[in-house]
Write a protein that binds this ligand. Structure first.
Ligand SMILES: O=C(O)C[C@@](O)(CF)CCOP(=O)(O)OP(=O)(O)O
Length: 326
Protein backbone atom coordinates (compact mmCIF):
# COMPACT_ATOMS: atom_id res chain seq x y z
CA UNK A 1 0.00 0.00 0.00
CA UNK A 2 1.35 3.45 -0.97
CA UNK A 3 1.47 6.05 1.80
CA UNK A 4 2.13 9.76 1.19
CA UNK A 5 3.40 12.12 3.91
CA UNK A 6 4.43 15.78 3.96
CA UNK A 7 6.94 17.42 6.30
CA UNK A 8 8.19 20.99 6.44
CA UNK A 9 11.76 22.16 6.89
CA UNK A 10 12.86 23.94 10.06
CA UNK A 11 15.33 26.62 11.05
CA UNK A 12 17.28 26.24 14.27
CA UNK A 13 17.22 29.20 16.64
CA UNK A 14 19.51 27.44 19.16
CA UNK A 15 21.75 25.24 17.07
CA UNK A 16 22.57 21.55 16.92
CA UNK A 17 26.29 21.56 16.16
CA UNK A 18 28.11 18.39 17.18
CA UNK A 19 27.31 14.79 18.02
CA UNK A 20 28.20 12.79 21.07
CA UNK A 21 27.47 9.61 19.07
CA UNK A 22 27.87 9.70 15.29
CA UNK A 23 26.22 6.31 14.67
CA UNK A 24 23.13 7.00 16.75
CA UNK A 25 22.89 10.67 15.66
CA UNK A 26 22.99 11.77 19.32
CA UNK A 27 23.70 15.49 19.77
CA UNK A 28 25.99 17.16 22.29
CA UNK A 29 23.27 19.67 23.23
CA UNK A 30 19.56 20.41 22.93
CA UNK A 31 18.42 22.58 20.05
CA UNK A 32 15.33 24.73 19.39
CA UNK A 33 13.81 25.40 15.96
CA UNK A 34 10.86 26.88 14.08
CA UNK A 35 9.16 24.73 11.43
CA UNK A 36 8.52 26.81 8.28
CA UNK A 37 5.27 27.01 6.30
CA UNK A 38 6.62 27.54 2.76
CA UNK A 39 9.25 24.83 2.38
CA UNK A 40 8.26 21.16 2.55
CA UNK A 41 8.86 17.69 1.10
CA UNK A 42 6.07 15.35 -0.01
CA UNK A 43 7.10 11.68 -0.06
CA UNK A 44 5.25 8.53 -1.13
CA UNK A 45 6.45 5.07 -0.08
CA UNK A 46 5.22 1.65 -1.21
CA UNK A 47 6.85 -1.58 0.01
CA UNK A 48 6.43 -4.44 -2.48
CA UNK A 49 7.62 -8.05 -2.41
CA UNK A 50 8.31 -8.06 -6.19
CA UNK A 51 11.13 -5.46 -5.96
CA UNK A 52 14.80 -6.45 -6.12
CA UNK A 53 16.05 -3.17 -4.59
CA UNK A 54 14.86 0.19 -3.27
CA UNK A 55 14.22 2.82 -5.90
CA UNK A 56 14.21 6.56 -5.20
CA UNK A 57 12.67 9.20 -7.46
CA UNK A 58 13.45 12.79 -6.43
CA UNK A 59 11.63 15.64 -8.18
CA UNK A 60 10.75 13.23 -11.00
CA UNK A 61 14.33 11.97 -11.53
CA UNK A 62 15.38 8.40 -10.72
CA UNK A 63 18.31 8.73 -8.31
CA UNK A 64 21.30 6.39 -8.21
CA UNK A 65 24.42 5.66 -6.18
CA UNK A 66 24.98 7.65 -3.00
CA UNK A 67 21.47 9.13 -2.86
CA UNK A 68 19.78 5.71 -3.03
CA UNK A 69 22.28 4.22 -0.58
CA UNK A 70 21.46 6.94 1.98
CA UNK A 71 17.74 6.19 1.66
CA UNK A 72 18.26 2.41 1.72
CA UNK A 73 20.34 2.61 4.88
CA UNK A 74 17.48 4.47 6.52
CA UNK A 75 14.89 2.01 5.18
CA UNK A 76 17.00 -0.89 6.49
CA UNK A 77 16.38 0.51 9.98
CA UNK A 78 12.63 0.71 9.25
CA UNK A 79 12.60 -2.86 7.87
CA UNK A 80 14.59 -4.14 10.86
CA UNK A 81 12.26 -2.37 13.30
CA UNK A 82 9.19 -3.88 11.56
CA UNK A 83 10.76 -7.33 11.07
CA UNK A 84 10.12 -7.11 7.33
CA UNK A 85 12.44 -7.35 4.30
CA UNK A 86 10.56 -5.95 1.30
CA UNK A 87 12.12 -3.24 -0.82
CA UNK A 88 10.29 0.02 -1.55
CA UNK A 89 9.57 2.60 -4.22
CA UNK A 90 10.12 6.12 -2.82
CA UNK A 91 8.83 9.14 -4.72
CA UNK A 92 9.81 12.49 -3.20
CA UNK A 93 9.08 16.06 -4.31
CA UNK A 94 10.84 18.97 -2.60
CA UNK A 95 8.79 22.15 -2.47
CA UNK A 96 11.98 24.01 -1.59
CA UNK A 97 13.10 26.53 -4.20
CA UNK A 98 16.46 25.15 -5.34
CA UNK A 99 17.77 28.71 -5.18
CA UNK A 100 16.77 28.70 -1.55
CA UNK A 101 19.80 26.57 -0.78
CA UNK A 102 17.77 25.09 2.04
CA UNK A 103 18.98 21.84 3.43
CA UNK A 104 15.91 19.78 2.55
CA UNK A 105 17.34 16.83 4.50
CA UNK A 106 15.26 17.83 7.52
CA UNK A 107 11.93 17.87 5.66
CA UNK A 108 13.05 15.00 3.43
CA UNK A 109 13.88 12.54 6.19
CA UNK A 110 10.91 13.60 8.34
CA UNK A 111 8.53 12.91 5.44
CA UNK A 112 10.32 9.65 4.62
CA UNK A 113 10.14 8.51 8.26
CA UNK A 114 6.40 9.24 8.42
CA UNK A 115 5.52 7.60 5.08
CA UNK A 116 7.77 4.53 5.43
CA UNK A 117 6.79 3.63 9.01
CA UNK A 118 3.09 3.80 8.13
CA UNK A 119 3.57 1.93 4.82
CA UNK A 120 5.39 -0.93 6.57
CA UNK A 121 2.73 -1.16 9.28
CA UNK A 122 4.42 0.68 12.15
CA UNK A 123 1.89 3.06 13.69
CA UNK A 124 4.43 5.69 14.80
CA UNK A 125 3.69 9.29 15.73
CA UNK A 126 5.11 11.99 17.98
CA UNK A 127 8.21 10.95 19.89
CA UNK A 128 8.45 7.50 18.22
CA UNK A 129 8.47 9.15 14.80
CA UNK A 130 10.87 11.89 15.92
CA UNK A 131 13.25 9.31 17.38
CA UNK A 132 13.42 7.26 14.16
CA UNK A 133 13.59 10.35 11.87
CA UNK A 134 16.74 11.35 13.81
CA UNK A 135 18.60 8.47 12.14
CA UNK A 136 17.98 10.11 8.75
CA UNK A 137 19.29 13.51 9.80
CA UNK A 138 19.44 15.00 13.27
CA UNK A 139 17.49 18.14 12.39
CA UNK A 140 14.77 15.97 10.77
CA UNK A 141 13.59 14.89 14.22
CA UNK A 142 12.39 18.47 14.81
CA UNK A 143 10.31 18.61 11.59
CA UNK A 144 7.86 16.02 12.92
CA UNK A 145 6.24 18.90 14.82
CA UNK A 146 5.00 22.28 13.72
CA UNK A 147 5.73 25.65 15.26
CA UNK A 148 8.40 25.98 17.96
CA UNK A 149 10.21 22.72 18.71
CA UNK A 150 12.94 21.52 21.08
CA UNK A 151 15.08 18.44 20.47
CA UNK A 152 16.06 16.97 23.80
CA UNK A 153 19.59 15.60 23.50
CA UNK A 154 18.81 12.81 25.97
CA UNK A 155 21.28 11.27 28.41
CA UNK A 156 20.89 7.54 27.73
CA UNK A 157 23.73 5.81 25.86
CA UNK A 158 21.22 4.04 23.57
CA UNK A 159 19.58 7.35 22.60
CA UNK A 160 16.02 6.20 23.30
CA UNK A 161 15.44 9.51 25.16
CA UNK A 162 16.75 11.70 22.33
CA UNK A 163 13.79 13.11 20.36
CA UNK A 164 11.96 16.38 19.83
CA UNK A 165 8.83 17.81 21.44
CA UNK A 166 6.70 20.83 20.50
CA UNK A 167 7.20 23.91 22.72
CA UNK A 168 4.49 26.10 21.15
CA UNK A 169 2.21 25.41 18.19
CA UNK A 170 2.58 27.49 15.03
CA UNK A 171 -0.69 29.39 15.43
CA UNK A 172 0.22 30.73 18.87
CA UNK A 173 2.97 33.22 17.84
CA UNK A 174 3.37 34.55 14.31
CA UNK A 175 6.86 35.64 13.27
CA UNK A 176 8.36 36.41 9.83
CA UNK A 177 11.36 34.32 8.78
CA UNK A 178 12.98 35.78 5.66
CA UNK A 179 15.30 33.43 3.81
CA UNK A 180 17.82 35.77 2.20
CA UNK A 181 19.67 33.98 -0.58
CA UNK A 182 23.14 35.21 -1.62
CA UNK A 183 25.62 33.94 -4.20
CA UNK A 184 27.07 30.59 -3.12
CA UNK A 185 30.77 30.59 -4.04
CA UNK A 186 32.96 28.03 -2.33
CA UNK A 187 32.22 24.29 -2.22
CA UNK A 188 29.82 23.67 0.62
CA UNK A 189 31.18 21.78 3.62
CA UNK A 190 28.20 19.63 4.58
CA UNK A 191 26.96 20.30 8.10
CA UNK A 192 27.66 16.67 9.05
CA UNK A 193 31.35 16.96 8.14
CA UNK A 194 31.55 20.48 9.51
CA UNK A 195 30.28 19.59 12.95
CA UNK A 196 32.42 16.44 13.20
CA UNK A 197 35.58 18.41 12.34
CA UNK A 198 34.62 21.16 14.81
CA UNK A 199 34.01 18.77 17.71
CA UNK A 200 37.32 17.04 17.05
CA UNK A 201 39.57 20.07 16.58
CA UNK A 202 38.05 23.37 17.72
CA UNK A 203 39.65 25.25 20.60
CA UNK A 204 36.33 27.08 21.04
CA UNK A 205 34.01 24.06 21.19
CA UNK A 206 34.10 23.79 24.98
CA UNK A 207 32.98 27.43 25.23
CA UNK A 208 30.03 26.59 22.97
CA UNK A 209 28.94 23.76 25.25
CA UNK A 210 29.46 25.80 28.43
CA UNK A 211 27.07 28.55 27.30
CA UNK A 212 24.40 26.51 25.49
CA UNK A 213 22.13 25.87 28.49
CA UNK A 214 21.88 29.59 29.24
CA UNK A 215 20.93 30.21 25.59
CA UNK A 216 18.32 27.42 25.69
CA UNK A 217 16.76 28.84 28.88
CA UNK A 218 16.58 32.34 27.42
CA UNK A 219 15.01 31.02 24.20
CA UNK A 220 12.40 28.96 26.10
CA UNK A 221 11.50 31.95 28.29
CA UNK A 222 11.27 34.20 25.23
CA UNK A 223 8.97 31.78 23.38
CA UNK A 224 6.68 31.22 26.35
CA UNK A 225 6.62 34.96 27.02
CA UNK A 226 6.31 35.93 23.32
CA UNK A 227 9.28 38.23 23.97
CA UNK A 228 10.65 38.91 20.46
CA UNK A 229 13.60 41.07 21.49
CA UNK A 230 14.76 38.44 23.98
CA UNK A 231 14.40 35.64 21.37
CA UNK A 232 16.10 37.63 18.61
CA UNK A 233 19.03 38.62 20.78
CA UNK A 234 19.77 35.07 21.92
CA UNK A 235 19.30 33.44 18.50
CA UNK A 236 21.67 35.87 16.78
CA UNK A 237 24.34 35.43 19.44
CA UNK A 238 23.94 31.66 19.35
CA UNK A 239 24.42 31.52 15.56
CA UNK A 240 27.55 33.68 15.82
CA UNK A 241 28.98 31.45 18.56
CA UNK A 242 28.34 28.35 16.42
CA UNK A 243 30.24 29.92 13.52
CA UNK A 244 33.00 31.03 15.89
CA UNK A 245 33.63 27.37 16.79
CA UNK A 246 34.48 26.76 13.11
CA UNK A 247 37.03 29.59 13.12
CA UNK A 248 38.68 27.83 16.06
CA UNK A 249 38.80 24.46 14.26
CA UNK A 250 42.07 23.10 12.88
CA UNK A 251 42.17 23.74 10.02
CA UNK A 252 39.64 26.56 10.42
CA UNK A 253 36.72 26.85 8.03
CA UNK A 254 33.82 29.20 7.48
CA UNK A 255 30.69 29.39 5.32
CA UNK A 256 30.28 33.19 5.02
CA UNK A 257 30.88 35.23 1.87
CA UNK A 258 31.02 39.01 1.51
CA UNK A 259 27.31 38.91 0.71
CA UNK A 260 26.64 37.10 3.99
CA UNK A 261 28.32 39.95 5.84
CA UNK A 262 26.42 42.53 3.79
CA UNK A 263 23.17 41.03 5.11
CA UNK A 264 24.48 40.79 8.68
CA UNK A 265 25.54 44.47 8.71
CA UNK A 266 22.24 45.54 7.17
CA UNK A 267 20.28 43.70 9.88
CA UNK A 268 22.27 45.52 12.54
CA UNK A 269 21.63 48.85 10.74
CA UNK A 270 17.90 48.05 10.75
CA UNK A 271 18.07 47.61 14.53
CA UNK A 272 19.96 50.89 14.89
CA UNK A 273 17.09 52.50 12.96
CA UNK A 274 14.57 51.04 15.41
CA UNK A 275 13.39 47.98 13.47
CA UNK A 276 13.73 44.75 15.49
CA UNK A 277 15.35 42.25 13.09
CA UNK A 278 17.84 39.48 13.89
CA UNK A 279 19.76 36.96 11.76
CA UNK A 280 20.75 33.34 11.99
CA UNK A 281 23.00 31.34 9.64
CA UNK A 282 23.45 27.61 9.15
CA UNK A 283 26.03 25.60 7.17
CA UNK A 284 26.08 27.90 4.15
CA UNK A 285 26.38 31.55 3.06
CA UNK A 286 22.64 32.27 3.16
CA UNK A 287 21.07 34.23 5.98
CA UNK A 288 17.67 33.88 7.67
CA UNK A 289 16.38 37.17 9.00
CA UNK A 290 13.68 37.04 11.68
CA UNK A 291 11.35 39.92 12.44
CA UNK A 292 7.80 40.59 13.60
CA UNK A 293 5.08 40.54 10.90
CA UNK A 294 4.50 44.29 11.34
CA UNK A 295 8.07 44.92 10.10
CA UNK A 296 8.14 42.19 7.43
CA UNK A 297 7.62 44.45 4.41
CA UNK A 298 10.20 47.02 5.52
CA UNK A 299 12.77 44.32 6.27
CA UNK A 300 12.10 42.47 2.99
CA UNK A 301 12.43 45.67 0.94
CA UNK A 302 15.70 46.55 2.70
CA UNK A 303 17.09 43.06 2.03
CA UNK A 304 16.16 43.30 -1.65
CA UNK A 305 18.11 46.57 -1.94
CA UNK A 306 21.39 44.80 -1.06
CA UNK A 307 23.31 44.38 -4.35
CA UNK A 308 24.65 40.93 -3.44
CA UNK A 309 21.28 39.47 -2.43
CA UNK A 310 19.76 37.17 -5.09
CA UNK A 311 16.34 36.45 -3.70
CA UNK A 312 14.25 36.72 -0.51
CA UNK A 313 11.65 34.09 0.49
CA UNK A 314 9.19 34.91 3.28
CA UNK A 315 8.08 32.18 5.67
CA UNK A 316 6.02 31.97 8.84
CA UNK A 317 5.78 29.19 11.42
CA UNK A 318 4.43 26.05 9.74
CA UNK A 319 2.81 22.68 10.52
CA UNK A 320 4.17 19.32 11.59
CA UNK A 321 4.14 16.14 9.52
CA UNK A 322 0.85 15.13 7.88
CA UNK A 323 -0.50 12.28 5.74
CA UNK A 324 -1.99 12.95 2.32
CA UNK A 325 -4.63 10.95 0.50
CA UNK A 326 -4.71 7.21 1.35
O1 LIG B 1 19.82 22.78 12.15
C1 LIG B 1 20.63 23.00 13.12
O2 LIG B 1 20.34 22.81 14.33
C2 LIG B 1 21.99 23.52 12.83
C3 LIG B 1 22.59 23.13 11.50
O3 LIG B 1 21.67 23.33 10.43
C4 LIG B 1 23.76 24.06 11.33
F1 LIG B 1 24.30 23.99 10.19
C5 LIG B 1 23.08 21.67 11.49
C6 LIG B 1 22.10 20.68 10.99
O4 LIG B 1 22.76 19.41 10.93
P1 LIG B 1 22.13 18.14 10.18
O5 LIG B 1 22.08 18.41 8.72
O6 LIG B 1 20.81 17.77 10.80
O7 LIG B 1 23.25 17.07 10.52
P2 LIG B 1 23.14 15.46 10.52
O8 LIG B 1 22.50 15.04 11.83
O9 LIG B 1 24.57 15.00 10.46
O10 LIG B 1 22.33 15.05 9.32
Amino acid sequence: MKITARAHTNIALIKYWGKRDEQLFLPMNNSISITLDQFYTTTSVAFRDDLKADSFILNGIEMGGHEVDKISRFLDLIRQTAGRNEYAIIDSVNNVPTAAGFASSASGFAALAAASTKAIGLDYSGSDLSRIARFGSGSACRSIYGGYVEWNKGVRVDGTDSYAMQILEESKWDLSILSVMVEARQKKVLSREGMTHTVKTSDFYSGWLETIDADLNLAREAIHGRDFEKLGTVLERNALKMHATMLGANPPFFYWTGATLDVMHTVQELRDSGIQAYFTIDAGPNVKVICQPKDEMAVKERMQQIQTVREVFVCHPGPGVSYIGE
